[in-house]
Design a protein around this ligand. Structure first.
Ligand code: PLP
Length: 383
């Protein structure tokens, strides 16, 4: 029997009552500058042929420029969103090791497709806990699980769903541990541009080890999931295997999207990112204030646009976590994702996404509190 089921997020969405407030979806809603819309015309979108497998030279150069990566277009594979970037990179690493190493280490709580990718690609997949769910720091946690057969360690910073943000030093330490074991490190940095007010861009790549692979996309930072434009970047020769995995899965990323991103360096894309950052930081302040006002506990996020809300103990004693999420949806029209969707460490939490419309946050959090109270009342009337 299949052990991979319809995602919990999908189950939460399906059949949501009209007027529901959606704090479940990780889709940012940002305004787009006029110049972006001006690109959607025949002068720019004028090629519907296959691009080279790795992407056009212009698109690959644009990715190096936008990210300020220490490398060249040759180090980039343009992929169909970060999702395919993860699959092509894990697949590329698998091809590279030819069975000599076959273990994938993923963080927990995790972005929910990580374990599916591991299974799909035939990797032995294990998790390592990340702060605040482990005792020491993240490198110590990796060190407890890594060994000679580890082919690849996955890092996600800033993290979905916990909001954990690693410092550049933390990342360098993780790189050093991976190097010690001859292991590739994949940094999923789709939320890199959503750090916090002190460090708006969460980390830099002034120093980058050869065996580190970076994966990201236009999805989150520019709010453009539908373009399906992502990338994998590495200075290691494994880029060749990543090209091969990418070709075997999707041939190329959409040529239209590559034409669009190639234009970004000619416009003020930086200001666009700054505007989006401001929106995320404001949204974070609004949602955390609402949670405080309602006396709800949460894991303080360093970056990204998610927050893990702790389900009060007495509520958890009354109802199972999954049932709570469905109860909130069916009776209070509020959509949230139960923490167990992201692995064992986030059980007892709920993930709220604050990338969307901040005008719904006060009502959304209020509905959650009302829902908790109703669960407790239900529990006491059964006693
Ligand atoms: C941590 C993380 N990685 C990768 C992705 C996939 O991004 P994309 O839509 O660019 O495929 C997401 C999407 O939510 C994510 O949260």
């Amino acid at each position: 029997m299949a052990s991979v089921q319809k995602s919990i997020i999908r189950q939460i969405f399906d059949g949501a009552p009209k007027g529901s407030i959606n704090l479940a979806l990780g889709e940012p809603v940002f305004d787009k500058p006029e110049w972006f819309y001006s690109l959607i015309n025949h002068d720019v979108i004028n090629d519907f042929s296959y691009s080279p497998t790795a992407g056009t030279e212009d698109a690959r150069k644009a990715i190096v420029t936008i990210n300020n990566y220490p490398g060249t277009a040759d180090n980039v594979c343009i992929v169909c969103g970060a999702q395919e970037g993860l699959a092509a990179s894990i697949g590329g690493v698998k091809l590279y090791w030819e069975g000599k190493k076959n273990e994938l280490l993923i963080p927990s709580p995790y972005f929910l497709t990580y374990p599916t990718l591991g299974k799909m690609l035939g990797m032995e997949t294990r998790t390592y806990p990340i702060p605040p769910f482990c005792k020491g720091n993240i490198t110590e946690s990796i060190e407890e699980s890594i060994h000679e057969k580890t082919a690849l360690v996955l890092l996600n910073t800033p993290a979905n769903p916990s909001g954990l943000m690693m410092t550049e030093e933390d990342i360098q330490q993780a790189e050093a541990v991976c190097e010690k074991y001859g292991t590739f490190l994949l940094v999923d940095e789709v939320y890199r541009f959503f750090g916090n007010r002190e460090n708006p861009i969460s980390h830099d790549w002034k120093s980058l080890r050869e065996s580190t692979i970076l994966v990201s996309s236009l999805t989150k930072c520019f709010g453009l999931p539908g373009l399906r434009l992502g990338w994998a970047f590495t200075r290691h020769s494994v880029i060749q295997q990543i090209f091969a995995a990418h070709q075997a899965m999707v041939s190329i990323a959409p040529t239209i999207s590559q034409l669009i991103v190639s234009q970004f360096p000619h416009y003020d894309y930086h200001q666009w990112i700054v505007d989006n950052q401001e929106k995320v930081f404001e949204n974070r302040e609004i949602i955390t204030n609402e949670l405080k006002k309602n006396n709800l506990e949460y894991v303080l996020p360093g970056g990204a646009f998610y927050i893990l809300l702790k389900i009060p103990e007495d509520v958890l004693l009354t109802m199972d976590e999954m049932d709570i999420a469905f109860f909130l949806k069916d009776n209070f029209g509020i959509l949230v994702v139960p923490g167990k969707a992201f692995g064992d460490y986030s059980k007892g939490f709920m993930r709220l996404s604050y990338g969307g419309d901040a005008s719904t946050f006060a009502e959304g959090v209020y509905r959650i509190r009302q829902g908790f109270q109703a669960i407790l009342q239900k529990g006491s009337s059964h006693e």
